[in-house]
Design a protein around this ligand. Structure first.
Ligand SMILES: [Zn+2]
Length: 164
């Protein structure tokens, strides 16, 4: 099935509006993200459009339509993941199809990594005075999680010192 995504109707409003896209350089992807400038993302960061494919359907996520336009229908039990983590992006080179459970697992792991990096920055910013309890409260983790982080961060320092 071919899906036309060049002219769209916005999800809530009824205004017919052409889809305008722009390229945005990505810090780690080789190719840029392609994001709409004509349509705003919803509160979860996804852009929804109604494809002008004659089916008269409801608004659907743009990245799913972009995927389908190249690879065909998305089978039951699969989701389209943004490798670039930019939810409004519809660059098909930044998308991949995953099972729902793999998608959940990968998203949770990424979120954890981001949190870990953020906590490390915060810890450095406090002059390494933030305690495990401080970090757990600030980053909303399980109370024990930051103690593991602190142990690791301090151990990393040991290695640096020994190498010098
Ligand atoms: Zn992208």
């Amino acid at each position: 099935m071919k899906v036309g995504i060049t002219r769209t109707v916005e999800g809530r409003g009824q205004a017919l509006r052409p889809l305008n896209l722009k390229r945005v350089a990505h810090p780690s992807m080789r190719r840029p993200c392609i994001v709409p400038v004509s349509h705003k993302p919803d509160d979860k960061g996804y852009v929804r459009v109604v494809p002008r494919d004659g089916t008269g359907g409801r608004a659907r996520p743009l990245h799913r339509l972009a995927w389908q336009s190249k690879y065909g229908p998305i089978p039951e039990g699969y989701e389209i993941d943004h490798i670039c983590k930019v939810r409004s992006c519809c660059n098909r080179q930044h998308l991949r199809m995953l099972t729902v459970s793999d998608h959940k697992r990968i998203t949770a792991a990424c979120r954890y990594d981001d949190l870990h990096e953020e906590a490390r920055c915060y810890w450095e910013a406090t002059g390494r005075t933030a305690t495990g309890a401080d970090l757990a409260k600030r980053f909303g983790t399980h109370p024990n999680t930051p103690y593991g982080w602190l142990k690791r961060w301090k151990a990393e320092d040991q290695i640096t010192v020994e190498a010098e």
